[in-house]
Design a protein around this ligand. Structure first.
Ligand SMILES: CC(C)(COP(=O)(O)OP(=O)(O)OC[C@H]1O[C@@H](n2cnc3c(N)ncnc32)[C@H](O)[C@@H]1OP(=O)(O)O)[C@@H](O)C(=O)NCCC(=O)NCCS
Length: 169
């Protein structure tokens, strides 16, 4: 458990994964995550099981401190022992967006990555037009490393992505 001001980062349970599956299969969320295909329950179960066994990933659920509600997930992916880097990924449910939780979760995960895992760099990829996400990442301390032109094909057209990063002090 990693308690912050408004939220807590906690282990990701199978019950929460059922809610998560509903979110990723919503069209707008799928587009933001650059997913073209719907996720089946079996595919989702295999993903969850493999996630729990991975040594190079740390997955947290985001819980609201006030009522304990499950708000979404944030995780470090591809943790590299030599480069001491990892990719950040995040998904909050539609009801939890735009309330500052994403910014706080990113700040908390960065602290965890730098202080507890001794990482040097955390990076992410975000669609350039996902303005709220870019703003939340900037507030959490990420800076742009560059634009990847036509990186993804989403909803019938090519879109640019930003690569952003944050570094340990
Ligand atoms: C991206 C995400 C993690 C951001 O978390 P969040 O809790 O919604 O974001 P926050 O409330 O902390 O911050 C959003 C900021 O963007 C601003 N914002 C929201 N919509 C905006 C828009 N259309 N244009 C400009 N700024 C916008 C908000 O005002 C806020 O900034 P402020 O505090 O300076 O006013 C969350 O919305 C999410 O999970 N979205 C769906 C999945 C996704 O896009 N993941 C990212 C893939 S890399």
């Amino acid at each position: 458990m990693y308690k912050l001001e408004k939220i807590t980062l906690a282990p990701f349970t199978w019950e929460q994964a059922q809610v998560y599956l509903g979110w990723v299969n919503q069209e707008e969320t799928a587009h933001r995550l650059t997913r073209a295909l719907p996720v089946s329950p079996l595919e989702h179960q295999r993903w969850y099981e493999s996630l729990m066994q991975r040594q190079d990933a740390v997955v947290f659920s985001v819980l609201e401190n006030a009522g304990g509600d499950y708000l979404g997930n944030i995780w470090l992916w591809g943790i590299h022992p030599v480069h001491r880097s990892a990719e950040l990924r995040i998904l909050l449910g539609p009801q939890a967006q735009g309330k500052g939780y994403g910014t706080e979760a990113c700040r908390g995960l960065l602290r965890f990555a730098f202080q507890d895992l001794n990482l040097h760099k955390v990076f992410l990829y975000v669609l350039s037009h996902n303005t709220a996400a870019v703003r939340a990442f900037e507030k959490a301390g990420f800076v742009s490393e560059g634009i990847l032109q036509d990186e993804f094909f989403v909803a019938g057209k090519y879109v640019d992505a930003l690569r952003m990063a944050s570094f340990a002090n």
